[in-house]
Ligand binder design. Structure first.
Ligand code: GLN
Length: 384
């Protein structure tokens, strides 16, 4: 008799990002689907990694991450968000932001715990919760503004609520938290034992002069948060899979128990290079303006197309409505667009457990102008 797997994730298929990227390759389509830049990263950072390798930094660093890198991160976080972070006890370097979120959830969840997520939700959250035997409690963001209905959050809270996952700037909508959202969140979690898992991988990709309202700014939120970040999004190297998590020492100790028996420790030479590179604040402070230009460039080129943009205040992404074009559900329309128009996008329905359709697609504008122009040209001129 052969062994059989009783699936831990019976409802999970292949992620939409991989699916659409494979389809894009198959049809040689312009890929505005999966979120990654198509322009080169800073070659000085590549040189710094190679210098670290030549210098012999090729063995394990401490399981929590290279201390000098954690020190630079602590300085950066305090400068930007005004609260102290202890590099020794409160920061762990991880292989990417998604891993940090998974590890935080695995550290805190017991079977039967409930976790509030907002849909559309980044597609890993749901499965990170269910694989831990916990129960996702899904609250829809209000279409088309993707605002949070805090009344709904209040009524969703039960004695079993263990955590709320917050994501700002939001993937896929590009919405960012407002001071009113922070006020509501503070009120709701006050006097509860609810953790916050905050996905802030797009912290620097924020537009129109808006500030990033990190959990790290607010002592009463910070003290219950696992805040997750990504170097890939900051330095245009998503394939490096490097990120980190910040949490209060007692919670970080549990996070590290999970981390040490899974990844254990991350790529050493990259950590040496990042520790050097972080001292250049301009690289991340200018990111928002750069990405805003790309958003606006695509928006400009899309004028005259039948797609309607919804506002995006941050991230790599903007949602466009095709309600005036087709009645096809989002996945089918996105597949059609890849096959027939050679432009690949992501159906936002993939971010809902029940595949809610609002006739919208997510476009990634973290691309060079030539790519965006060619894609927009096709989208302005196609016939359905
Ligand atoms: N975060 C990226 C996105 O939203 C993709 C990451 C992935 O493919 N897992 O497109």
């Amino acid at each position: 008799m052969k062994p059989t797997i009783h699936s831990r994730l019976p409802d999970a298929g292949t992620t939409i990002f991989t699916k659409m990227s494979v389809l894009a390759q198959q049809y040689k389509a312009i890929n505005l689907g999966q979120g990654f830049p198509d322009y080169p990263m800073d070659s000085r950072l590549i040189d710094a990694v190679s210098a670290a390798m030549v210098a012999g930094h090729n063995q394990y660093v401490h399981m929590n991450g290279l201390l000098t890198l954690r020190e630079r991160i602590a300085e950066k976080a305090e400068t930007l968000y005004g609260q102290p972070v202890n590099p020794d006890t409160e920061i762990t370097i991880t292989p990417g932001g998604t891993y940090a979120i998974y590890t935080a959830l695995t550290a805190i969840l017991q079977p039967g715990d409930e976790v509030i997520i907002f849909e559309p939700a980044y597609d890993s959250y749901l499965h990170n919760i269910t694989i831990n035997g916990a129960v996702p409690v899904r609250i829809p963001l209000m279409f088309p503004g993707y605002d949070i209905d805090w009344e709904k959050v209040l009524t969703a809270i039960t004695p079993r609520t263990k955590a709320i996952i917050i994501n700002s700037p939001h993937n896929p909508s590009g919405r960012v938290l407002t001071p009113a959202d922070i006020g509501s969140l503070q009120k709701i979690v006050k006097d509860t034992g609810i953790f916050i898992i905050s996905d802030e991988v797009y912290e620097h990709l924020i537009f129109d002069g808006l500030p990033h309202l990190s959990m790290l700014r607010y002592p009463e939120l910070k003290e219950r948060s696992f805040t997750c970040f990504s170097f890939g999004k900051v330095y245009h190297c998503t394939g490096w899979k490097m990120g980190y998590c910040i949490a209060p020492a007692a919670y970080m100790a549990e996070f590290r128990k999970v981390h040490q028996f899974n990844c254990f420790t991350c790529n050493s030479p990259i950590q040496y290079a990042l520790a050097d590179f972080l001292s250049n604040a301009d690289a991340y402070l200018n990111l928002g303006a750069d990405m805003q230009k790309r958003r606006d460039f695509l928006g400009d080129k899309m004028k005259g197309s039948p797609f309607e943009p919804l506002p995006s205040s941050g991230s790599y992404f903007q949602v466009y409505s095709y309600a005036g074009i087709s009645d096809l559900p989002e996945l089918e329309f996105a597949e059609w667009l890849t096959r027939e128009v050679s432009v690949t996008t992501i159906p936002v329905s993939a971010f809902y457990k029940d595949a809610t359709n609002n006739q919208v697609l997510r476009f990634c504008f973290a691309k060079n102008e030539e790519t965006l122009s060619r894609a927009a040209e096709r989208l302005v001129n196609f016939k359905f």
